[in-house]
Ligand binder design. Structure first.
Ligand code: ADP
Ligand code: LRH
Length: 471
């Protein structure tokens, strides 16, 4: 019975976390060891992630884990936001900082790609929500030289840097929009991209042991013989794996930078309505499907806050949420999924630009009126959640009773209340760090597994264990 600790790394667009699961006398305990802020950086060569900063933060966290977990670390797994990738040199090192999916080069790439492969055909092959952020549009925009290099999605790259073999984990691979519904890289899509399928990393299922920690970390006694595991590398799939509910009558909203609104299915639904309404069928744990839609989530608020802070006002988020409760609904809501609102910068002004286009009264963009703007965003998001969940129920034929809220955004009590009112569902908070929980759950299930893949029941078991023991 190996009682060494487990480490989960969760990469978020807003913050990255390194956590430990230890078996103490009083039972298993999860501890958030190190959390550091993350944000994309606007450079002359585009909107990029600072890979050096991210890796440095992770190593700080891992060294802290080594100090705390004197019993040693049995395994490490990494999950993170999907779609962004690192191009590799011959040594398997990044050739440059990766682009952030919000970089505007895909605005021009998207229509050109669809001249060569229609949106309908792409949808038919992949069953995915067509989203300009997906890796397929980003890779299409890469120049010929770049396309000669192999790549890894970000969480898999971190695993590779720690010593793991180069793989593309299934849940994360599906979000690239380069994988068919059969779970294999699509040769038709690769041909249009001008990207060699031979350079694509092999796809592995969630819960795959991909090697042992190597390099400087392996010198630390805690990381001797530490396994590296590809969990559900897509953070959202990881969060869904942490929902300890074996029933079939629940939906979820994973609420962070994005709000992922949908339900878990046993098989993809790529019906005409699912296509028309642009729902996604992403790979989940144990052959499940994450059937949902990307709703522009806390990004809107975060961007507003950033915009106000550049004008000199720093806002405290809990206080802002509290103050926003004093404002009632307007007669209209914002179209939160307006593509213009996915872009970076000047968010209050972007919001007003939409209202102007629609002939509606604008809001004050000043920091002193932040609570009114925040309230408008929360009403708009809740309305959108209710609309999307209604469609999910119609398309899948499910009757929902419970709605699980996950992620940092689930701490927003006002939005939670509006969501409960708008959806009429019993709203349950599944935790703010569900991706980390799912990461641990898949690790545990992998370490204990007997067959080829981790099973959903094993994950539910591990997730409830991890959930119950969260300190
Ligand atoms: P990601 O994983 O995408 O980096 P998180 O799951 O950490 O994102 O969620 C970040 C969001 O959580 C923030 O943008 C913010 O809106 C929300 N949030 C964080 N703390 C609080 C809080 N105390 N009250 C309300 N919302 C919060
Ligand atoms: C959430 C998330 C989401 C993706 C987006 C790129 O962090 O992974 O599921 O659509 O980031």
């Amino acid at each position: 019975n190996d009682r060494r600790a487990l480490v989960a790394i969760d990469l978020g667009a807003e913050s990255c976390r390194v956590s430990l699961l230890r078996w103490l006398e009083q039972g298993p305990r999860i501890q958030l060891v190190h959390r550091f802020a993350n944000h994309a950086v606007e450079r002359a060569d585009g909107l990029r992630w600072d890979l050096g900063m991210i890796l440095e933060g992770l190593y700080v966290g891992l060294r802290q884990c080594a100090e705390i977990a004197t019993e040693g670390v049995r395994s490490i797994a990494v999950d993170g936001w999907a779609v962004d990738y690192v191009r590799l040199d011959d040594q398997g090192t990044a050739i440059a900082d990766p682009f952030c999916y919000r970089d505007e080069r895909t605005v021009a790439a998207e229509p050109v790609l669809h001249e060569r492969l229609s949106a309908e055909r792409m949808r038919e092959i992949t069953g995915l929500q067509l989203l300009r952020i997906n890796s397929v549009y980003q890779m299409f925009a890469d120049d010929v030289e770049k396309k000669k290099h192999s790549w890894l999605n970000l969480p898999e790259y971190v695993l590779h840097r720690l010593g793991g073999r180069a793989v593309s984990e299934l849940t994360n691979a599906t979000h690239t929009q380069m994988v068919g519904l059969d779970g294999e890289w699509s040769s038709e899509i690769f041909a249009v991209l001008g990207q060699s399928i031979a350079d694509a990393p092999p796809i592995v299922p969630p819960g795959t042991d991909i090697g042992r920690v190597q390099g400087e970390l392996a010198m630390l006694p805690a990381f001797e013989n530490t396994r590296l595991i590809a969990p559900a590398c897509h953070d959202t799939a990881s969060a869904i794996a942490a929902i300890p509910d074996p029933g079939d009558d629940w939906a979820y909203i994973s609420s962070g930078t994005w709000s992922l609104v949908g339900t878990q299915l046993e098989a993809p639904v790529n019906s005409a309505t699912a296509r028309e309404e642009n729902f996604t069928n992403l790979g989940g744990v144990d052959g499940t499907i994450c059937f949902h839609k990307n709703v522009n989530g806390m990004w809107l608020l975060r961007q507003c806050i950033e915009s106000w802070s550049t004008k000199g006002t720093t806002l405290d988020l809990p206080a802002l949420v509290e103050a926003s409760m004093t404002f009632g609904p307007r007669e209209y809501v914002l179209n939160v999924d307006d593509p213009d609102l996915m872009l970076q910068g000047h968010m209050p002004e972007r919001i007003n630009a939409q209202l102007r286009r629609r002939g509606l009264a604008e809001l004050s963009t000043e920091a002193k009126d932040a609570a009114e703007m925040a309230s408008f965003l929360f009403y708009s998001l809740a309305a959108r959640y209710a609309h999307v969940l209604h469609s999910v129920a119609e398309i899948t034929g499910k009757r929902f009773r419970r709605l699980y809220l996950m992620g940092g955004g689930s701490q927003n009590e006002f939005l939670n209340r509006l969501t409960a009112e708008a959806t009429g569902l019993e709203v349950l908070r599944a935790g703010t760090e569900c991706s980390t929980l799912g990461n641990f759950a898949v690790q545990l299930a992998t370490l204990e597994k007997t067959g080829e893949t981790v099973s959903r029941p094993a994950c539910v078991w591990a997730a409830s264990l991890a959930n119950a023991q969260q300190s």
